[in-house]
Design a protein around this ligand. Structure first.
Ligand code: PBG
Length: 331
């Protein structure tokens, strides 16, 4: 032993590949690209101009006109698609506004397809919760339970209305058992076999949906735990996804994304269809709130968030930052 400090000189030095931006770029395992991003868009009946959503700073409820501008921008930025949500002026027990061909969502589909149908995949939320006065994703029994099989019939009608409006891809998001099979069958029987299905397959009863409830003026009292999944369950998430693939889902989704990145990975490893993940309202608003307080570097946090979802295995990411991220990613 000497007094001099003996430093073991490393032979293997991973830092060598981090030395310059060009090196880091060359060895990056994961890329966020605009074509894999989908922008969720809210359209509200009866608006003359966009209305801010206070729980989601920077996101608005669109008027029919401002929707057109938003989808054109999305197309110019090279996004993969837009996911449309409609907020009707009047709600009822059966959510009839979702099925009405003149309902806000169906009109928004036709508008979006007319504007950008050849450049973007136009998708629509296929769920009753924006249209029901009780705010649940399905029809209720006299006892107030969500009635799975009655709801399936309503989803079939809603799918047909959306297909008639010209949609490219429907997104059944209500977590009713058998919903993908019923939607596929209804579409095929009516000559819409080209309309694809992005199934909200592993969707969890999440507290992080909170800000979305304001975005769609939700009337929900209580929770959705009898149909959305328990956050404790990952194996069950894979089961839900496999059932949807069997029923004809073209793309399967895990939702939310960030608290469920392990589920995204398991699902990516379990299926041979594209996997989507939904970077939801609460995930958006947490970053926005922290950034507004000066606690976090907003743009870096956005790109890191989207990178982490892609790294976990998502091929497609639905995110309220889609257009902004596409701008940030411009070389
Ligand atoms: C149901 C639906 C919800 C979201 C998308 N589709 C709400 C829910 O299930 O409670 C949430 C999206 C978000 O939080 O960003 N139609």
């Amino acid at each position: 032993m000497t007094d001099e400090k003996q430093v073991q000189v490393p032979v293997l030095r991973p830092r060598r590949l981090r030395r310059t931006p060009a090196l880091r770029r060359m060895v990056a395992e994961t890329a966020v690209v605009p074509s894999s991003l989908v922008l969720p868009v809210f359209v509200r009946e009866g608006l003359d101009e966009p209305r801010p959503i206070s729980s989601m700073p920077g996101v608005v409820q669109h008027s029919r006109d401002s929707l057109k501008a938003a989808v054109n921008e999305a197309a110019e930025l090279g996004l993969g698609g837009v996911m449309l949500f409609g907020i009707p002026e009047h709600k009822d027990a059966t959510g009839s506004g979702g099925i009405d061909p003149a309902g806000v969502l169906n009109l928004a589909i036709t508008d979006a397809v007319a504007e950008v149908g050849d450049q973007l995949t136009v998708m629509s939320d296929l769920c009753l919760d924006e249209f029901t006065d009780h705010g649940h994703c399905g029809l209720l029994t006299p006892d107030g339970e969500v009635d799975n099989d009655q709801t399936l019939a309503a989803y079939a009608d809603m799918a047909l209305a959306q297909a008639a409006a010209g949609v490219d891809m429907v997104g059944p998001s209500g977590m009713m058992d058998g919903q993908v099979a019923v939607v596929r069958q209804a579409l095929d029987a009516a000559g819409h076999s080209h309309v694809s299905i992005m199934a909200y397959s592993a969707k969890y009863a999440s507290a992080f949906f909170g800000p979305f409830r304001e975005a769609v003026d939700s009337s929900l009292v209580g929770d959705r735990r009898t149909y959305q999944q328990d956050p404790a369950n990952a194996i069950e998430g894979v089961r839900e996804v496999l059932l949807d693939v069997e029923q004809g889902a073209d793309i399967v989704m895990v939702k939310p994304a960030l608290a469920y990145l392990d589920v995204v990975r398991r699902v990516r490893d379990a299926v041979d269809v594209p996997v989507a993940a939904y970077n939801i309202s609460g995930e958006y608003s947490m970053v926005e709130a922290a950034a507004a307080n000066g606690w976090i570097d907003r743009e870096a946090a956005i790109l890191e968030t989207l990178t982490s979802i892609r790294r976990a295995g998502a091929d497609v990411v639905l995110t309220y930052w889609a257009s902004e991220a596409a701008r940030l990613l411009r070389p």
